[in-house]
Design a protein around this ligand. Sequence first.
Ligand SMILES: [Zn+2]
Length: 150
Amino acid sequence: MDQFMERAVELAAGNVREGGQPFGAVLVKDNKIVTEGVNELHETYDVSGHAELLAIRRAQKQLQTNDLSEYTMYASGEPCPMCLAAMYFAGIGKVYYGASVENAMEAGLGKAKSIYDDLQKTKTERTLSMIQMPLDEGQENPMEIWKQRE
Ligand SMILES: [Zn+2]
């Protein structure tokens, strides 16, 4: 196995032994690990405490940039939609993963799979209601302020 995937899997296994979920991730550039993360939901009341997201957050803070386009993610498990979206926002172009969301579901961790399935549906069919509320007439419009900045 690839050394970076090996490290991600090692982190995931260690996390289970410490009471957490089986997810670990490492962010790599130029054949070097820049940051790591494990699922920290057992320690923090923070649903964004996923391995990949924490590795991204740490790299961005450390490097003081939002652009991680030169970086590759290695995750012990297939990223959930939240972590995948974070990778898109950070410009990460490649992710290697071990266990699939189907494998995770079989282990009783089916949330990522169910969200992926929900996202396949149209907005009105999803389990999470999304209702647009237009601004009132004359109300300050942040989008217009953004468009008019110099
Ligand atoms: Zn995630």
